[in-house]
Design a protein around this ligand. Structure first.
Ligand SMILES: [Zn+2]
Length: 1094
């Protein structure tokens, strides 16, 4: 192997542009460019996102927040107006809206807010085996008769206009999915009682108006649940609330055969927000009764088609659409696991679609990057932009350059080419890779990206074998593998100097709130041991990372922890407007050398501030100070900020409380997501120039303006963690686990990423946590193994089927040990001239990752409703194009989905009804900003489970089974009251206990004798020595280990108050915030598609 061996010292070849020419020098030092950085938040480009790109625009900034309100206003306890729902008393201030009062009983509770919609069930047609990988799902004969709008709907189906629900009072919980704020908070300086318990007592809901948002304890359930479903109920009337409902009423089975008469009825007018109900015309096409699993009809030429003959319309008996008959995420996931989980995925072949992210599989790198590093929306992309525009399928790659690999897979080899550095194409600067073609006996190579012919430097020369391959190809990672690293030469370093090892600076809020909650003591205690686990490289005995400490409230305290000191020394900087670092020597130290002084400091900090009465904090000056300290030390690094409150103290970056829930569903809603001052963007730009990454741990008791505070973490590749109403006894586990993981994880510092493509396509848009000062270079002050960058591509020329489309992602970064490296990932995709090939090679999970990020960025610039409509339109266009060009002719009454995209509607609906795009009343502005930034750097596996949570039955599989139980669909209908289920989405973890679970099971798991004795809201399962207890706790541990955030457990009992929190995650059901059920949404999509086709 030539790996890690220096090449012979021959004069550099092809180095006429020595300084990593792909990367603009101006990105370092922050000297050039506009004063206010362009942000990675692009403009929202309207309904054809992939093809109407315009250069990113900056976020329209709110006016500077001068003239802050008096401190007391902002610092007031949680009972301020914007938190009215958590306000002064248990009873809310009356009905939340007149619309709710108009709500009719019965079906309107769940269904179409209009009058009853009568529908036909789909009849699926299992005619013969699908002839190819493509199958179609049919929703035949959905019919509406007699839809009679009666009253304006209180809440739409999810496509509709904002409803009053979002602003309704009567929120039911103060421990929402993200941890909302408590009903009341102790005044800052009085030792009022905190909230006992994780789940503070629930308010009783207002009797009437809050039925939807505030299910009081034992309060009114949806009345329609209790009775039998009247036959006339439409789709919208699914009894979602029936815990033990078993779907498949007998009425489903329709007689096979005869086409139902019915000429194509003109489609209803375009759906509008005021028209929440939608109509579907039955158009014949009925086949045999469906089976228990989705059946798909062939859509290929030659396949039989049924029921396209028009006939007179004839009403059918109303039926409800059977949830079992529509594509099931669980089934798709299971099928992929069964079909592809056993064989390794070998990356040698161009354009292969990898197994789903939910499948466990091994990867063998044979020349293309592992799907752990890059996943694409399609692995076969249209040759022309016209085709791409027609299909509307976004062409995007989700790239995780530093992804962690399972132990069975080798980390990328590091290639050292010595002083000459990595070999690159002279023209486009692509790095040597398996895609390059050697010619002329090996003396030259042709670049596959730009076709330029380059000389091979003498020291790199090697003969070719009879196939034209270099005979050393398998000895060189850069000639045989999809992913590898090059050691960078000094030319790739800032100021032409090899970097120093990075530093970590811990910056701890010691204001009253931080002290009162016990946070400071907990953190200091933890840091004493955690500092032994700083990331280290390879087999290094000790981490090269140096550490420093700052505490702050309105002023900053720096600490000298030099090893020669007997005691740490504090230096106070009170001039926060002009931040400087008061000491250099002794601020950043080696942990083992200064251990005694550091330990002493961490012991003293909680004592020093124990009696503080200072409630105000600064924020921007803290980041400024950390960044200046790194600059003075001439190194990159990371700041760990532990912060509790809105920074209202007089200082740069001072903020005011501008939370206003009334803006929800207005054109001004976007301002809630925008930073309230441009100061943080300017600061972030300076941080990026210094390689200063910021991780922010928030512990808010009330609004802290996450949208603004997260700007610097977001633009520096950092992370934001949020622990609302932090209390040591309840939240320490989650916080400490997150902190340990965050501190220990490997980080690449001072990174620049460039994605090169072969002629014909180019990267045009980027999504994630980073900064861009030009249109091509993704700058990351820090990048860890959890962070992804989603890149969108666009045609700029014609592609050819023969050469395909090539991607090369190059990441230049400084390792934890201070080594400058280049990580290269290569991926070759196929190109097609037939749309069917595009649709056959798509990956819906990746599409959803892209679409969610696109939408979540869009809310910065467009009304949320516009964003949702755009997604729906694009999805309809994608599916309509398939229907028109790839599916066999069939009745318009059939919904035909491409096999690879059959989950697109269900997943897209989950995005549409997510808290960012359609918040429930319990979701705070901070929650939405938090989730928005979190999703922006999620990988495909994370977005998959985040939008469609996993629901696992715990008591159904055998106790001795070591495998994970098969999941069930995220719908209340799938819950059986005799069982216990676990639900997780990467952030939240619930155990739901059915009311009629056997006593023995209850005893085994909870150590109590009956259901009623189980403590609702329990966050720890007792450690019991029996198989069930071990199995469940083991499963929880294993799920937690898979996720990037520690998921706190909440035990929820059936019919309990907390159950509403849990139901929020049953995403196939209609949501309380107005989000459509899966069935409803699928029908809506069908209608949209038909409109596009007609
Ligand atoms: Zn080239």
């Amino acid at each position: 192997m030539n790996v890690n061996q220096s090449a012979p010292p021959v004069p550099p070849f092809g180095q006429n542009q020595p300084i990593y020419p792909g990367y603009h020098q101006s990105s370092y030092g922050g000297q050039s460019g506009p004063a206010v950085p362009a942000t990675p938040y692009g403009a929202y480009n309207g309904p054809v996102p992939g093809y109407q790109q315009t250069p990113s625009q900056g976020v329209p900034r709110a006016p500077p927040s001068s003239g802050a309100p008096p401190a007391s206003t902002v610092q007031a306890p949680c009972g301020q107006s914007t938190y009215g729902q958590f306000g002064q008393g248990d009873i809310q201030n009356g009905p939340s809206s007149s619309a709710q009062l108009q709500r009719l009983p019965g079906s309107q509770q769940f269904g179409s807010p209009l009058a009853p919609v009568v529908s036909q069930p789909p009849v699926l047609q299992p005619y013969g085996p699908p002839p190819s990988t493509q199958v179609t799902a049919q929703l035949a004969g959905m019919q509406i008769t007699g839809a009679v709008p009666q009253a304006p709907p209180p809440s739409g189906l999810g496509y509709g206009p904002p409803t009053s629900l979002a602003s309704a009072s009567g929120s039911f919980l103060n421990s929402g999915p993200y941890g909302s704020y408590p009903q009341s908070q102790a005044p800052p300086l009085s030792q009022a009682q905190g909230h006992p318990g994780v789940q503070p007592p629930l308010r009783s809901a207002p009797p009437l108006a809050s039925n939807f948002t505030s299910p009081a304890s034992g309060g009114p359930r949806m009345p329609s649940m209790t009775g039998p479903l009247p036959p006339g109920q439409g789709f919208g009337s699914l009894p979602v609330n029936q815990a033990n409902h078993v779907s498949s009423p007998p009425a489903h089975a329709l007689p096979p055969g005869p086409q139902l008469p019915g000429p194509p009825v003109p489609p209803p007018p375009m759906h509008s927000p005021q028209q929440p109900g939608y109509q579907l015309q039955q158009n014949g096409s009925f086949g045999p009764a469906r089976g228990p699993q989705p059946n798909y009809e062939s859509s290929y030429p030659g396949a039989p088609t049924f029921g396209s003959q028009p006939g007179p319309p004839q009403p059918l008996p109303p039926k409800r659409l059977d949830p079992d008959a529509i594509p099931s995420p669980i089934q798709v996931i299971e099928d992929d696991r069964n079909n592809r989980g056993s064989e390794p995925f070998v990356t040698g072949v161009r354009g292969q679609v990898p197994p789903l992210v939910t499948t466990n599989f091994l990867v063998k790198d044979q020349g293309n990057a592992s799907p752990r590093y890059i996943r694409c929306t399609s692995y076969n992309i249209p040759c022309t932009s016209d085709m791409a525009k027609q299909a509307q399928v976004p062409l995007a790659a989700v790239i995780k350059p530093l992804a962690r690999l399972p132990p069975e897979e080798a980390s990328p080899y590091v290639v050292d080419h010595g002083e000459s550095g990595p070999l690159r194409c002279n023209r486009c600067k692509a790095y040597m890779c398996p895609l390059m073609t050697f010619i002329e006996g090996g003396r030259r190579f042709q670049c596959s990206f730009c076709s330029c012919i380059n000389d091979v430097p003498p020291q790199y020369f090697q003969h070719l074998d009879h196939t034209g391959k270099r005979i050393d190809a398998y000895d060189r990672p850069e000639l045989s593998l999809g992913s590898y690293e090059f050691l960078a030469t000094v030319d790739y370093c800032k100021n032409n100097k090899f970097p120093s090892p990075p530093a970590f600076i811990f910056m701890i809020d010691v204001s009253y709130n931080a002290i009162r909650t016990g946070l400071v003591r907990l953190l200091c205690e933890e840091l004493k041991s955690l500092l032994d686990y700083l990331p280290r490289e390879g087999g290094a005995e000790e981490s090269a990372i140096r550490v420093g400490f700052v505490t702050y409230n309105k002023v900053l305290h720096f600490y000298n922890v030099k090893s020669t000191l007997a005691q740490p020394q504090m230096m106070v900087v009170s001039d926060v407007a002009d931040m400087f670092v008061p000491l250099l020597d002794g601020f950043l130290v080696n942990v083992s050398e200064s251990r005694a002084v550091i330990t002493s400091l961490l012991d003293q900090i909680p004592e020093m501030f124990a009696d503080t009465r200072e409630t105000e904090t600064v924020f921007a000056p803290v980041i400024q100070a950390g960044m200046e300290a790194l600059k003075a030390a001439e190194c990159a690094g990371k700041l760990f900020l532990f912060h509790t409150s809105l920074p209202i103290a007089e200082a740069p970056g001072k903020l005011k409380n501008r939370d206003d829930r009334k803006l929800i569903n207005t054109d001004k809603e976007k301002t809630l997501f925008q930073p309230q001052t441009g100061a943080y963007q300017t600061l972030a730009k300076e941080c990026v120039a210094q390689g200063c990454c910021v991780d922010l741990f928030l512990f808010p008791n009330q609004y802290v303006d996450v949208a603004t505070l997260s700007v610097v973490p977001q633009l520096t590749g950092g992370s934001v963690y949020k622990y609302a109403c932090f209390q040591v006894e309840n939240d320490q586990e989650r916080f400490l686990r997150d902190l340990r993981r965050d501190v220990q994880k490997e980080v690449g510092f001072d990174a620049v990423m460039r994605v090169r493509t072969s002629t014909g396509i180019r990267a045009v848009d980027f999504f994630g946590a980073f900064y861009m000062s030009n249109t091509t270079d993704v700058e990351l002050a820090g990048l860890d193994g959890d962070k992804t960058v989603t890149v969108e591509f666009k045609h700029d020329d014609r592609l050819s089927e023969e050469s395909g489309a090539l991607l090369q992602c190059a990441l230049l970064y400084t390792s934890c040990a201070g080594q400058r490296r280049l990580r290269i990932h290569n991926l070759a995709l196929n190109c097609c001239t037939q749309l069917a090939d595009l649709y056959r090679n798509c990956e819906t999970d990746t599409l959803i990752n892209y679409m969610a990020k696109f939408a979540y960025r869009g809310v910065l610039n467009s009304p949320v409703k516009t964003v949702r409509d755009t997604l729906i339109t694009q999805c309809a266009q994608i599916l309509a194009c398939y229907r028109k060009n790839c599916a066999s002719p069939s009745s318009a009454g059939q919904l035909i989905l491409p096999e690879c995209m059959k989950l697109l509607p269900v997943y897209l609906n989950c995005v549409l009804k997510s808290d960012v795009l359609q918040p429930g009343a319990e979701v705070t502005t901070d929650d939405r900003a938090y989730v928005r930034q979190l999703v922006s750097s999620m990988d495909v596996a994370e977005t998959n489970v985040f939008f469609y949570p996993r629901l696992l039955p715990l008591t159904k599989s055998p106790l001795d089974s070591t495998t994970e139980p098969p999941a069930v669909r995220a719908s209340e209908e799938r819950l059986s009251s005799g069982d216990i289920y676990l639900l997780e989405n990467g952030l939240n973890l619930f155990v739901w206990v059915g009311a009629s679970v056997q006593q023995g099971v209850v005893q085994s798991l909870f150590n109590v004798s009956s259901f009623s004795q189980i403590t609702s809201g329990l966050s720890v399962l007792p450690v019991l020595d029996n198989p069930l207890s071990k199995k469940v706790r083991g499963l929880i541990d294993s799920l937690r280990a898979q996720r990037m955030r520690y998921m706190k457990l909440i035990v929820v009992k059936q019919e309990d108050k907390l159950e509403m929190l849990f139901k929020h995650f049953l995403v196939e059901d209609k949501s309380l915030s107005g989000g459509a059920s899966y069935v409803d949404f699928l029908c809506h999509m069908h209608k949209e598609i038909r409109q596009l086709l007609s």
